[in-house]
Design a protein around this ligand. Structure first.
Ligand code: ATP
Ligand code: MG
Length: 255
């Protein structure tokens, strides 16, 4: 097992220094949290499944020209990505009312929205990731107007593409969260790219016929069979990994 220098340990992943400058290794854990860390648990095998699911979706997005940080999957739990400067905004794209939008506006969960809605939340656990507007984002210098325009265009494109991809396998993409970052090229040019992960941890995915939840809401709401739901998403995508000894333990870390 490679010894890697740990850069950051988050709630669902660990970031390690990558093999070349400008690269990072994302290690996917089985840890699950909800309600800003108030609920904690583990979902056996989640890290392996999310690594695969995110690899698959990032590859599809790269193919249609959406720039992402993803380079390649390394093993069962790790993927190599380009290091970016994360824009501290969680971008949420909603197609159907669920979760906080349903509560805040008194809309029944499952009601289709008149059009896709993009929301922004400031990434700050101490403040509970407060919802913010474009005004806050530009006033506080988290991103420029041009960067926000690029983020919206990419988000809507990703939404259109992924909505179709999931519908093709009998899944409704209800809503999802994206993170973007700045990638600098040697020429000095900066590009906004999709970063982090796309998985049932940060998407609401409902069976198109039955509305059965196939995502982290099963954990949040104690509905049981969380692992089975994540496996079902991977199975329908045609990427269910073989279970067994190929699972990779976390690397030894060096200071
Ligand atoms: N390509 C990248 N370069 C640098 N940082 C990244 C990249 N992709 C994702 N990240 C960051 O790595 C971390 C991933 O870990 P994890 O998802 O466990 O974090 P988290 O517990 O959700 O915490 P946070 O609130 O910081 O997102 C996140 O902080 C994310 O913003
Ligand atoms: Mg995260």
């Amino acid at each position: 097992m490679a010894r890697r220098r740990m850069i950051y340990e988050g709630k669902a992943k660990v970031l390690f220094e990558g093999p070349e400058p400008g690269t990072l290794v994302q290690y996917f854990k089985d840890d699950a949290t909800a309600f800003n860390n108030k609920k904690k648990g583990t979902i056996t095998g989640k890290g392996v499944l999310n690594n695969r699911i995110s690899e698959y979706l990032m590859n599809r997005l790269n193919e249609i020209g959406v720039p992402t940080h993803f380079i390649r999957r390394l093993n069962m739990r790790e993927q190599l990505v380009r290091e970016v400067e994360i824009i501290p905004i969680e971008v949420v794209i909603r197609n159907v009312a669920a979760g906080s939008i349903a509560t805040r506006f008194g809309i029944a969960e499952g009601t289709p929205l008149p059009r896709s809605i993009v929301e922004y939340y400031y990434k700050n656990d101490e403040l509970n990731d407060p919802m913010v507007s474009e005004e806050h984002i530009t006033a506080f210098g988290w991103a420029t107007i041009q960067e926000i325009d690029e983020i919206i265009a990419l988000s809507l494109r990703i939404n259109d593409y992924l909505s179709g991809l999931f519908l093709g396998i009998g899944i409704k993409l209800v809503d999802f969260k994206l993170e973007f970052g700045r990638l600098w090229h040697e020429s000095g040019d900066m590009q906004i790219v999709l970063a982090d992960e796309i998985s049932p941890d940060n998407c609401r995915l409902w069976d198109a016929k039955t509305n059965e939840k196939l995502d982290k809401d099963r954990f949040r709401r104690d509905m049981g069979n969380v692992e089975g739901a994540y496996q079902e998403v991977a199975r329908r995508l045609g990427i269910l990994p073989e279970a067994g000894p190929a699972d990779a333990p976390a690397p030894d870390t060096v200071q």
